[in-house]
Design a protein around this ligand. Structure first.
Ligand code: NAP
Ligand code: 8YV
Length: 317
């Protein structure tokens, strides 16, 4: 039996490549998308970051494509509707990274509120000898609004409950069985909270949801933590709000044009910036890699995908 041809896009983990090579004939995407004819036989894609977007045009050039297996729960780089129209299944890696990313969201929030990275820099620079680090803001009494109370958002909320803060959320739908106040309007929630934690996915429906008006509504004690996707925040509006004191601070793990981070953000010492490390532990990245491979192996064994995305349900809707 011939081994299915699989195309690697981005930088899959060595462990993923090894497992794929054991089961499939593996091909790599050239640096520029010149030689598409060479990929006419591809039946699967293993996608792992990178600048390439898999849209309908791309799919048209791979006529035998059956499945796109994404490394990561967010699949905004893949047009899943275009895939559904063509009968192509898209899979992602939900659940296995939920707790890890929730840890980072809360860690980032604490770093921002108590200025932990700045305090550490103070010590390392020998400045403690000259004086104590200045007093900081506090988590006490904070009213937190979560944008995107999905798998990760709920895990963030659960952790935050232990801190005794007030928790509310906004999404397109009210969640059943959650004890937090639901706001059908993000703007209304921003007016009632001072801390916005975004765990919403990327894509057209969430682009720049957090803009100048929402930032202004958070007020001068306002904090934005974003571990979802950079595109959800209007970065220019955020830079303006941070620079003018419209809000207090921000903690960002994701950016609009990764890995390029605006110089204005890098120059701001009072905010906290991370290089998209929400899921980046050995443990969790291995679990994600395993699930990415399992989806391809299960599909080509005729058993269907393990974790198809909502737009390409299995069995087919
Ligand atoms: P999920 O379970 O699908 O949750 C997504 C939540 O966002 C849902 O509650 C959904 O609620 C809400 N949402 C979706 N579209 C929205 C819209 N247009 N307006 C308002 N809310 C919207 O996904 P998850 O597993 O929690 O992951 C969430 C996201 O986190 C991923 O898509 C990814 O972008 C990001 N992520 C980042 C890292 C990192 O390393 N920083 C790691 C993993 C994931 P409704 O459907 O009710 O609107
Ligand atoms: C990964 C993520 O860093 O799962 C996601 O959506 O953003 C992260 O877990 C990313 O997908 C790796 O490319």
């Amino acid at each position: 039996m011939t081994r299915p041809d699989i195309l690697l896009i981005g930088s899959p983990m060595a462990y993923v490549i090894e497992r794929l090579e054991a089961a499939f004939t593996v091909h790599r995407m050239p640096a520029e998308a010149a030689g598409f004819n060479a990929f006419a036989d591809m039946r699967g894609i293993a996608m792992a970051g990178g600048p390439l977007r898999i849209d309908g045009d791309f799919m048209e050039r791979l006529p035998k494509l059956e499945i796109v297996s994404n490394f990561g729960v967010g699949y905004d780089a893949i047009d899943a509707h275009a895939a559904a129209e063509r009968g192509i299944v898209v899979t992602n890696t939900p659940d296995v990274l939920t707790e890890e990313v929730a840890d980072i969201a809360v860690g980032l929030l604490l770093c921002v509120v108590r200025q932990l990275p700045q305090a550490e820099r103070h010590l390392r620079a020998g400045k403690w000898l000259a004086g104590a680090y200045p007093l900081t803001a506090t988590l006490r009494g904070r009213r937190i609004g979560i944008l995107g109370l999905g798998r990760i958002g709920k895990a963030v909320a659960l952790r935050l409950e232990a801190f005794g803060v007030t928790i509310a959320y906004h999404g397109r739908n009210r969640q059943p069985d959650v004890p937090y106040r639901y706001y059908p309007s993000l703007m209304a929630m921003a007016e009632d909270v001072d801390t916005l934690v975004s765990v919403a996915p990327g894509g057209a429906s969430t682009r720049h949801l957090i803009g100048a008006e929402v930032l202004k509504a958070l007020g001068p004690e306002g904090i934005v933590v974003n571990v979802g996707r950079g595109s959800v925040v209007d970065e220019r509006a955020l830079i303006e709000a941070l620079g003018s004191g419209t809000i207090l601070s921000a903690g960002l793990d994701v950016f609009e044009d990764e890995p390029r981070v605006p110089a204005e953000l890098i120059a701001m010492d009072h905010i906290v910036l991370l290089p998209h490390v929400g899921s980046a532990s050995h443990h969790t990245r291995e679990a994600m890699g395993q699930l990415q491979v399992d989806n391809l192996v299960s599909w080509f064994a005729g058993k269907g995908p393990v974790t198809p995305v909502a737009e390409t349900p299995w069995p087919r809707g």
